[in-house]
Design a protein around this ligand. Sequence first.
Ligand code: 2M8
Length: 422
Amino acid sequence: MTNQMTPTMDEQARAILRGNDRGGYTVPTSGLYPYQWNWDSAFAAWGFATFDVARAWVEIETLLSGQWDNGMVPHILFHRPDPGYFPGPDVWGGVGPVPSSGISQPPVAASFARRVYDMDPDASREALVRIFPKLKAWHQWFMDWRLDQGAVCITHPWEAGRDNTPDWDGAMAGIDPVGVGDYTRRDTSHVDPAMRPTKYDYDRYIWLVQLGRRLNWGDAALLKQNPFRVADPTMTFTLLRAQRDLAALGRALGEDVGSIDAAIQELEAGAETLWNPDLACYDARDVRSGKWAGCVSNASFLNWYAGIDHPGMVAQYDRITSICKYPVPSHDPSSDRFDPKRYWRGPTWGIMNALIGLGLEECGHTDRAEALRQTTGELIRDHGFAEYFDPLTGRAAGGGTFTWTAAVWLGWTSPSRPKGAS
Ligand code: 2M8
C-alpha cells in the first residue's frame, strides 16, 4: 500500500513531468532551461507515454511545429519569452515558424515516436501519419547538409547536446572569438559555476551563434565559412538509429522507405569512419583539421544503440565501468581532462545511460544492460531527479527536478515500467 505522505518514485517522476509541462511542451527544468529543447522533449514523450500516450504525441508535434522550411528542427523553441535564459531568441535570430535557435540536436524523436507507437498503435496512428513526413524531412536535412564521409557533423558544440565535452577542445581552440562583445550569462546564476562550461567556452559558443546569424543560418554558407565542423558519434549513432526506426514506422504506414534504407547504408559506412584505431574506440573527428579528439566519451558507447556491435567497444566499456562506481561517465576518468562535476566533461547522464543500455540489451549484452539499468536506477533513487551525477560519488549535479531524468525513470529504470516502454 502506498503511504500518502511519501510519494513513490513513479509518482514523483510523473509530478515532475506535469510540473514542467507548459501546455503542449515541457521545459527541461524551470529556471535554468525555460524553453522547449529538442531531444529533451523526445525523452519527455517517452516518459509521458508511460501514463498518457496522447500527451506524448502532443510533445512531439509541438516540437515539430518549429520545423524550418529546409527541414531542420531547431534545438530550442522559444515559445514564450523568458529573461532567465541566455542566449534567447533575439540573439539567435532563427528563421522558422516559431522563434528558435539556428541549430539542431541529436535526432532521437523518431526513435521515441516508434516506442510510443509500439506502446499503443491504435491511439498513435493518426499522429504518426501527421509526423512521418516531418521526421523524414528533418533526417534528410542532416543527410543533405551535415555528412562527412557518411558521418554526421555538428556546427556548434550545443548541437551534439554534449556542450563542453573534451571532444571539441581541438576544434574550439581553432576559434578566435574576436568581436563577441559583452553579454551576461544566466546559467551561472541558477547553478554552481564549477558545474557549468567556462567563459572560454561561452565566448566561442556565442561567437558561433553570431556567425550563424550573420549568414542567416544558410546551410551552404555555413558549410563554407564555419570553422567548427566535427564528425560526432552522438549525431551519427542517433541518426542511424532514428533512420532505422523511421523506416520501421514508414513500413507500418505502408510508405515507400527506399530513400531511408539508402541513408541507413550511408550512415553505417559513416559510423566506421569514427573508429579511431589508436584509441581503439569510436571518437569524434575534427573535419577541418582532420584530427581525432582522442576521447572515450559516453557517446562512444552509442554504437549498440545504432545497431553496431563492435567487439572492441565491449573491452572499452568494461574498462570504463570498472573505474567508476556510477557509470557511464561523459569522459574517461583516467584522462587528465576528466572533471567529475563539470557538465559533459565527466558526469554521468541518465539519458545517455538509457540509450547505451537499450543498445546493449538489443545487441545481446544483457548482463551489462541490466547492471547499467540497476546503477542508474540507484543513482536516481538515492540522489534525486538531477540533471547529471558525479560518476565517482553519485552526487547530484546541475539542475534538479529534471524532465529527462524523470522520463528515464518512468521508461527505463522503474520496476513498474509498462511493457513495451523498454
Ligand atoms: C544543455 O545545453 C544547453 C544549450 O543547449 C545549455 O547548457 O544552455 C545540454 O545538456 C543539452 O544536451 C540539453 O538538451 C539542454 C537542456 O537540458 O541543456
